[in-house]
Design a binder for this molecule. Structure first.
Ligand SMILES: Nc1ncnc2c1ncn2[C@@H]1O[C@H](COP(=O)(O)OP(=O)(O)O)[C@@H](O)[C@H]1O
Ligand SMILES: [Mg+2]
Length: 304
């Protein structure tokens, strides 16, 4: 369990992370999604004691990271896959990690196997690794101490589609066995398939959070919106008003601040034939595009 409470981090007059509060639960994969520069890495660096917070705090299993006696046994961290000593081989890096955590050497081979790095690859120097191989090595390093919490910053960067699927299965399996996973990404589709919970961050502030299903359905607006059309629009408007709803014209039909069930029931009661009934709330993708629109050069059309 990770608890972030009122976390703020400023650099001079610039607020990189602004009063951020969220929780990552065991057994769940939490996606931390936001455009470049949103404050994801800063939040994660505070989690693992690399950056001091300006205000607020982060605890892992109830403890500050720096108070964990053997942190690698509790928290697996991958912040920057390029941050390993380039002159060492993958196997050397894992062996050093295992030694510092007082783990048996056999753990190194187990982890190399888990992340599908071959003996040959493990014997090469990290400077000759592709980004995808560095990410695999970084994940192996994070898993080495069999921690209950994983903090992974953009772990899918540089992985090919098969690698992304492999990681998705690995993280889902880890969470199913009770682990807590926080992974960040600036790409919605990387997070969408693996996350149970999602936290959206933009310009240092949380803009939406919750379980994936309700976020995708637009529930972050806190208010249901329904788009509805009927063969007889006048009859529909009358039926909606009779049920205390307030339709506003939109396209061929109406927009109503109510759930699809409430609108459907109103139509049923008044025997109005519907031709369309759907959730009209902006989905997660719309919200995410809104967030990214002023930080990315691509137009929505080019990105699609
Ligand atoms: N050490 C630092 N000094 C000054 N600004 C920083 C520092 N670290 C991060 N920032 C700024 O804080 C903002 C958030 O950065 P970051 O947390 O890396 O975002 P993300 O990981 O979401 O892309 C960015 O505008 C970044 O330039
Ligand atoms: Mg980052």
């Amino acid at each position: 369990m990770i608890e972030v409470t009122g976390l703020t981090r400023t650099y001079g007059g610039f607020t990189a992370v602004d009063d951020v509060t969220f929780t990552c639960e065991p057994g769940r994969v939490t996606g931390f999604l936001g455009p470049n520069g949103a404050g994801k890495s800063t939040t994660m660096r505070v989690m693992v004691g690399l950056t001091p917070p300006t205000r607020g705090r982060v605890t892992i299993g109830g403890h500050l990271y720096r108070d964990l006696p053997n942190p690698g046994r509790h928290v697996g961290v991958l912040l920057d896959a390029g941050a390993q000593h380039a002159g060492r081989t993958g196997r050397e890096i894992l062996t050093l990690g295992a030694r510092s955590m007082m783990l048996p050497r056999s753990r190194v081979d187990e982890m190399l196997h888990t992340v599908s790095l071959t003996d040959d690859e493990a014997g090469r120097r990290v400077r000759d690794y592709s980004l995808g191989m560095k990410q695999r090595l970084g994940i192996a390093h994070a898993l080495l101490g069999d921690p209950e919490v994983l903090v992974l910053d953009e772990p899918a960067n540089g992985l090919d589609p098969a690698g992304i699927r492999w990681m998705r299965d690995l993280l889902k399996g880890y969470a199913r066995r009770g682990g807590t996973v926080l992974l960040s990404s600036h790409l919605l589709n990387e997070v969408e398939l693996v996350a149970d919970e999602m936290i959206l961050i933009g310009r240092g502030r949380i803009v939406a959070q919750g379980d994936k299903q309700s976020l995708l359905a637009g529930a972050h607006h806190g208010e249901a919106t329904t788009i509805v059309s009927a063969l007889d629009p006048t009859a529909l408007a009358t039926a909606l008003r009779a049920c205390g709803l307030d339709p506003t014209p939109e396209g061929n039909g109406f927009k109503v601040a109510a759930t699809t069930a409430e609108v459907g029931r109103a139509a049923l009661e008044h025997l109005v034939v519907l031709t369309e009934l759907r959730n009209g709330a902006a989905g997660l993708e719309d919200l995410f595009l809104e967030l990214t629109s002023d930080t990315q050069r691509e137009t929505a059309g080019a990105a699609a």
